[in-house]
Ligand binder design. Structure first.
Ligand SMILES: [Zn+2]
Length: 112
C-alpha cells in the first residue's frame, strides 16, 4: 500500500484527528511538521497547498482532513491516459481493468 505523507502543524486540531484516524486504520504514514521542519514547509508550498493537514498519497494531494478522500486515494493510483496524456485515477490491485478516459473518452486496458 502507498505510504501517506501528512503535513501538519503543532497547533492544528484537525491534524491530531487526522493522525488518530491514520493510526486507527493502520495506514503507514510519515508526518511532516511544517512549523518545525522548513523542508516540509517548502514541500507543502510546492504542492500548491495552503493549509494543514494536507495529505500526499502517491501523486494525489488532499488538502484538509477527509477520511473518504484518503481511502479513495489509497485504493487508486494516478496514471496518464495513453491517448491525451491527461492524468486520471484508476483502481489499484484489481488485475487487468478496462478504463474509459474521462477527458477524451479513449478506452484502454491497464494492469491495476
Ligand atoms: Zn484521455
Amino acid at each position: 500500500m502507498e505510504k501517506v505523507i501528512v503535513y501538519t502543524s503543532s497547533t492544528c486540531p484537525h491534524c491530531k484527528t487526522a493522525k488518530k484516524f491514520l493510526e486507527q486504520k493502520k495506514y503507514e504514514f510519515i508526518e511532516k511538521n511544517v512549523q518545525t521542519d522548513p523542508g516540509a514547509s517548502a514541500e507543502l508550498q510546492a504542492l500548491g497547498a495552503q493549509g494543514v493537514p494536507t495529505f500526499k498519497i502517491g501523486e494525489q494531494v488532499i488538502v484538509g482532513f477527509s477520511p473518504s478522500a484518503i481511502e479513495k486515494a489509497l485504493a487508486s493510483k494516478v496514471m496518464s491516459c495513453p491517448s491525451c496524456q491527461k492524468k486520471l485515477a484508476v483502481p489499484r490491485g484489481k488485475g487487468k481493468i478496462k478504463i474509459t478516459c474521462p477527458h477524451c473518452s479513449h478506452k484502454f486496458e491497464t494492469e491495476s
